[in-house]
Design a protein around this ligand. Structure first.
Ligand code: FYN
Ligand code: ADP
Length: 596
């Protein structure tokens, strides 16, 4: 328990009355304060790291947290600290903590909080805030903002603590809200005055709560499991889709057993890659556009039928038009009962935590489950092998200048040789090509733009991945995407993190070839400074910079980075004509209906 000097005469006990005034009695000598109660409550609940950015009113808090043994990772921009916290939550199942200053700092962290909620990552954004009386009367305080009201619609839950004796409850509620049920982002508002409040140390200690069973198991109903298994039994062309909820659940062995015992082909969503090794013979990733419309029964495990799965309908699923259903029957394994029927009919919802659901499914299928019909498996294998062979051909080419494929062929080898390494990935083409070219071999190693396709997660995710896992991290970044968090290379260097950033530099957003149609002096909106040397950025902070124009140079630099574990940034020069508008999601760009 952290203690502070009492603010009353020695020999007297101090206590906060609900009015916020200090009440003294002559019992004990020790007092604590809001700063220490927050730190103690976090520590009591197993939180060991805070990602944040110091400033009024939380500067002293960061110092005290560090002094109390918490790891405090300071960033250059709150959004990156927020992304770091959110992915730490995904990796550990404990809420990632992001700490920011009031109004603008809070807003900077809010994007990451909203992104965490959208992606079902457990995270708590703790923000200092200004004086309530002044904020509520809108009298123009320093960094005045009604942060709680603004955060509420963007997160799973939002709380404010006004009195030191309520800190224990506030932290407990935030933890439970973040990790129980469908995980998500939680906002915790701590006004500046709270930190300074003092109370009796013993009473403070007693007010803290160690949360018991923060993410309780949710056991699926036996009838729901039977319904799902019956449906699966009758399938001629079954398919399993694994989503990042399945990766989050850390039920790796059971998920693998379910896939292997049933013999059903599976499709990993982006962040579920590696849950089973991508080289697994049952992976249908390389036959995606064949299996989705052809499957008759699809079991979704921790994957939503959102835009990434074309809402479960339309041509992707064999529907005649974009709103037509393809006729598949769906089983959906998910912790959120409201998720079912969000887009199309779910014939067999199985609601519960994935660990419990998968183990119930395993028990129900028993040991003599018939393999899916051979025609289905053969047809998939044919498509898949054709695609893989085509890909191998493309990867073997060595064009000048280097393109996405020849560069990613190197990354693919490095990841294969270092399966423990985490791969962070963002961009448009840099994202899409990496996803299909670079195989993953272990669960929760691929961290990317997620449900929103957000740009800017790169360095925040890389920092947290290195801090949490202690493993090497490889960040494959489009040059545009890198720009959102590029300043954090200083953070990589400051904490000496084993992160190898590879910037795929093709001189612009998507490509570097657009021209200004007016012929004016400004370049086109998608074009950057040509021939930029991103490697020089990290050198400014003592990291290793490398400039690679060929696959051989890239290989050498990446091998050295992984071997040395030194923070490294490789400027990988990619053909500026390579890449397509928005990568694989060009169709999402609106085109004018106006006749020319
Ligand atoms: C996949 N594929 C492969 C392999 N893996 N071929 C050979 N070898 C391997 N290992 C094939 C796969 O069958 C597909 O071909 C193709 O590669 C692409 O696979 P992918 O990426 O799984 O599928 P697709 O259609 O791109 O998936 C749709 C999507 C995805 C929406 C899920 O595009 C996605 O996750 N997009 C995120 C985009 C994003 O967020 N961008 C950031 C904003 S960019 P076919 O079967 O022949 O189709 C702002 O501008
Ligand atoms: P992807 O983008 O990989 O398809 P989504 O983010 O769409 O994945 O889906 C993840 C799903 O997983 C969400 O619907 C969420 O409710 C669910 N989920 C997250 N954690 C768990 C868990 N522990 N048990 C069950 N379902 C979970």
């Amino acid at each position: 328990m952290g203690t502070v000097e009492p603010q009353v005469a020695s020999g007297q006990d101090v206590k906060m009355a609900s009015s916020g005034q200090i009440v003294a009695n002559a019992q004990s000598q020790e007092a604590t304060d809001g700063f220490h109660l927050v730190i103690d409550a976090l520590k009591l609940n197993g939180i060991d790291t805070i990602f944040g950015l110091p400033g009024i009113p939380i500067t002293d808090f960061t110092r005290m947290a560090q002094a109390a043994g918490l790891r405090v990772i300071s960033f250059r921009h709150e959004q990156n600290a927020g992304y770091a916290a959110s992915i730490a939550g995904f990796l550990t199942q404990k809420p990632g903590i992001c700490l920011t200053v009031s109004a603008p700092g809070f807003l900077n962290g809010l994007t990451a909080l909203a992104n965490a909620t959208t992606n079902c990552f457990p995270m708590i954004l703790i923000s200092g805030s200004s004086e309530r009386e002044i904020v509520d009367l809108q009298q123009g305080d320093y960094e005045e903002m009604d942060q709680l009201a603004i955060a509420k619609p963007l997160c799973k839950a939002a709380f404010r603590v006004l009195h030191a004796e309520d800190i224990g409850v506030g932290i407990a509620r935030a933890i439970r809200a973040a990790v129980s049920g469908r995980p998500g982002g939680v906002y915790l508002d701590l006004p500046a005055k709270l930190f300074a409040q003092t109370m009796d140390a013993e009473a403070g200690k007693k007010s803290l709560i160690k949360v018991v069973d923060p993410a309780p198991k949710q056991i699926p109903g036996a009838d729901a499991v039977k319904r799902a298994v019956d449906l699966l039994k009758g399938a001629k062309k079954p398919l399993i889709v694994l989503g990042k909820g399945a990766a989050y659940a850390q039920a790796d062995a059971d998920i693998r057993a379910l896939v292997e015992k049933t013999g059903i082909p599976y499709l990993p969503m982006s962040m579920a890659k590696g849950l089973l090794p991508d080289t697994h013979e049952q992976s249908a990733a390389a036959a995606r556009s064949y299996v989705l419309p052809e499957a008759d029964v699809v079991m979704l495990i921790g994957a939503r039928l959102n835009w990434l799965l074309s809402h479960g309908k339309g041509k992707t699923w064999g529907g005649k038009d974009h709103k037509d259903w393809g006729g598949q029957k769906f089983i959906q394994v998910d912790i959120s009962p409201q998720e079912a029927d969000s887009n199309v009919r779910i014939d067999a919802p199985v609601v519960g935590d994935i660990g419990s659901c998968v183990s119930a499914l395993l028990a129900s299928i028993g040991s003599s489950w018939p393999k899916p019909p051979a025609e289905w498996l053969t047809a998939i294998a044919e498509r898949k092998n054709k695609n893989i062979a085509k890909m191998a051909e493309t990867l073997a080419k060595n064009p000048t200048p280097m393109n996405f494929h020849s560069a990613l062929n190197v990354v693919r080898d490095i990841v294969k040789a270092n399966p423990d390494a985490l791969l962070v990935n963002e961009g448009a083409n840099a994202l899409d090509f990496t996803r299909s070219i670079v195989d993953m071999y272990q669960p929760r190693k691929r961290l990317d733009v997620g449900t929103w396709g957000v740009m800017g997660i790169g360095m925040g995710f890389a920092v947290a991945a290195a801090v949490v896992s202690k493993q090497p991290v490889i960040a494959i970044e489009g040059d545009s995407a890198f720009g959102f968090s590029g300043m954090e290379v200083e953070t990589l260097c400051r904490y000496n993190l084993p992160v190898c950033v590879v910037v795929f530099n093709n001189n612009g957003v998507y490509r570097g070839t657009d021209v200004n149609p007016t012929g004016g002096p400004d370049v086109a909106p998608t074009v950057f400074v040509k021939g930029a040397r991103y490697d020089k950025l990290i050198e400014a902070f003592g990291g290793v910079g490398a400039h690679a124009t060929t696959p051989a140079e890239l290989r050498k630099a990446m091998e050295e980075a992984v071997r040395s574990r030194k923070p490294t940034l490789i400027n990988a020069v990619i053909d500026e004509t390579a890449g397509t508008e928005s990568g694989r999601i060009t169709s999402l760009n609106p085109t004018s209906g106006k006749k020319k």
